[in-house]
Design a protein around this ligand. Sequence first.
Ligand code: NAD
Length: 307
Amino acid sequence: MTQNSSINSFTPPTAIGFVGLGNMGYAMANRLAEAGYTVTVADLNQGAVKQFCAESGATAADSLQALGAQSDLVITMLPEGNAVRKVLLGEGDNVVSGLKDGAVLIDMSSCSPVDTRVLGEELLAQGFVMIDAPVSGGKYKAADGQLAIMAGGDLEIVERCRPVFEILGKLFHTGGPASGHAMKAMNNFLSAGTLALTAEAVITGSKFGLDPEVMVNIINASTGRSNSSEDKFPKFVLPKTFNSGFYLGLMAKDLRFAVDLAESENTPNGFINLLSGIYDKAEKDLGFEADNTELFNYLESLVESEE
Ligand code: NAD
């Protein structure tokens, strides 16, 4: 960290505007409020805003413009890039119209790296720097401050944001603008892949007569193990709770970003395309807000319908 970056670090009680109080944002903003940051929040869901302010002592923004004007740092934690663009630069009320000189934007949503590059350049032309800093870990790790944070953009600014990131999890600097979103798209491709592969293995083995729980225990002591077999299967799939807190529609979206990235870079994309197609069909069948782990049910339903 440079001397300069440490002097200008965003330490408490820096004013943070936080937009997006869903499964992830609620827990993240709560950690920042608890750490002593001065938090102002906004969300389309007024119920979430009310509840958050009552629980954390944070302030509800009168408008996005007012949130911008009150904040040294604005964090977005929204479903995807269209919502981020709308909140920051959209017609009518938006954050950027109120922002002070020197304020920094951090987009912690998972967005298309291709679109983020364009948005970052537009913001820079207006004098504002945006760091893309998507996360991995889900709502339980968000509540515990154990997210993996993949931050792309100017290193000195990322370092100034380090105190904020460290309340939320472990920081990795991924490189230039939009590299965090590229990293996240590739991680979620792998995460969705191991979930789908483990599901197919368990469905096929159980049809032959293997016990699913025994299968998962053996996979976890063998070379087929992954986060899906070690975490998602024991916690959410085998007990059929399907409450990981990550919408299947959001994973389908992340896979479309992986498809876009592979297309824009002209790299091998056979698995990415295949998986994205499976998730798109599962989303159509189960709905956007089905839990990501319900992909298992979707694949199981295909077996039954073929009988
Ligand atoms: P969510 O759908 O639970 O929350 C999104 C929130 O944004 C909602 O409260 C919604 O009302 C609000 N919102 C949407 N459009 C808005 C707008 N224009 N203005 C203001 N508020 C708006 O989603 P989530 O699970 O919290 O995920 C947020 C982001 O984090 C997504 O990009 C997702 O892919 C990513 N992510 C999620 C998880 C997870 O496990 N849930 C893990 C890692 C990353």
